[in-house]
Design a protein around this ligand. Structure first.
Ligand SMILES: *Cc1c(COP(=O)(O)O)cnc(C)c1O
Length: 353
């Protein structure tokens, strides 16, 4: 005996990121390094002081103050949640929902559409230009239909494309006129040369998300946040569950902000490795797209993406197979790993091509 779920859920698949047991895993854009040992020790020590019989600080005051300090803003402009995915969900609960529409520019992060649908928000999937940059005419076209939420992703996953701040501003200005909230997902923001964070202003309907999952090497901890006008943060606070962010996550994030230098050193190292891989790919028979993230999207000039992906798996290297994704025929995506992992990827790739 079963019970029927909502009609619209019956049509949906869950989100999956297939894992295989191979030596080199470069498929999910995680940090190849663990977080700084000093942070792990500090957190272990601080856990002894958690008042386990009490609910955590509902306002997450200390964490929000620390994040505000980190970004040169005020705590009332900081919304914290269980990963940036919960920030996105909160945005859609507050600003989406039945009768409202969210816009994405494809190809982009599948969770934007997925979470929208789960919250009953209609989704309009607009197109990026052929080179995967943002097409401003397309932006104007979809804004004319009066969406409630506009998603940008910069650097974009899976293409790696960065939307320059002047283009983000152009989208925000058009959205202000259309009454839409713009969300810029900057899960990979620290790997890029530009950010939309400086554009956040009480007069602009703009929220920028960041996460501890990628650059901070804390994907296991589930911590993300959004920087937005205080009037947006106040609405998001209304839709989250009481005490949604547990005491340990709050502590983990606050202590991590004492290790910004270590985080920045990792980012620098990964960006240097990314550039090394980009140069190596330049000499191989593949097409790659410019990237500002910790991953590279590319496509073999000849042969099928599926076959290339399998040939790499056979050599102990797992990357992401995007070959069957809409608009990404024969494409694969590799996450930047440690120098040793990247060497193994490059030699397996040369053999496979
Ligand atoms: C990985 C990723 C996230 C991270 O989500 P968390 O919930 O913070 O772990 C968000 N957006 C994009 C585009 C991503 O690729």
């Amino acid at each position: 005996m079963t019970v029927a779920p909502r009609d619209d859920l019956a049509l949906m698949d869950g989100y999956h990121s297939p894992q295989l047991d191979v030596a080199v895993r470069l498929n999910t854009n995680e940090s190849p390094y663990g977080p700084p040992e000093a942070w792990v020790d500090e957190l272990a020590g601080a856990l002894g002081d958690v008042a386990w019989n009490r609910y955590p600080d509902r306002e997450a005051t200390a964490l929000r103050e620390a994040l505000a300090g980190h970004h040169g803003t005020t705590p009332d402009r900081v919304f914290v949640a269980n990963g940036s995915n919960e920030v996105l969900q909160s945005v859609l609960l507050a600003y989406g929902g039945p009768g409202r529409t969210a816009v994405t520019f494809e190809p982009t992060y599948a969770m934007h559409s997925q979470i929208a649908k789960v919250t009953g928000t209609a989704v309009v999937q607009a197109e990026r230009a052929d080179d995967f940059t943002l097409d401003l005419d397309e932006v104007d076209r979809v804004l004319a239909d009066g969406p409630a939420v506009v998603f940008l992703c910069s650097p974009d996953n899976p293409t790696g494309r960065v939307t320059p701040p002047e283009q983000v501003l152009r989208v925000v200005d058009a959205s202000t006129a259309a009454g839409a909230l713009v969300v810029v997902d900057e899960a990979y923001g620290q790997f890029a040369a530009s950010t939309a964070l400086d554009l956040v202003d009480d007069e602009r309907p703009l929220l920028v998300t960041r996460t501890f999952s990628k650059t901070w090497a804390m994907a296991a901890g589930r911590l993300g946040y959004g920087i937005a006008p205080a009037w947006v943060v106040a609405e998001l606070e209304k839709v989250v569950l009481p005490y949604h962010l547990d005491a340990v996550s709050q502590l983990a994030g606050r202590l991590a902000l004492g290790h910004v230098d270590a985080m920045e050193a990792r980012v620098e190292q990964i960006v240097a490795e990314r550039e090394r891989i980009v140069q190596a790919l330049d000499d191989l028979p593949v097409h790659q797209w410019p990237t500002g993230a910790n991953f590279i999207l590319f496509r073999p000039d000849e042969g099928r993406g599926d076959d290339l992906w399998q040939a790499l798996v056979d050599r102990g290297v797992l990357i992401r197979n995007c070959a069957s994704w809409p608009r990404l025929a024969d494409c694969v995506r590799v996450t930047v790993g440690t120098p040793e992992e990247n060497d193994r990827f490059l030699s397996a790739l040369k053999e496979s091509l």
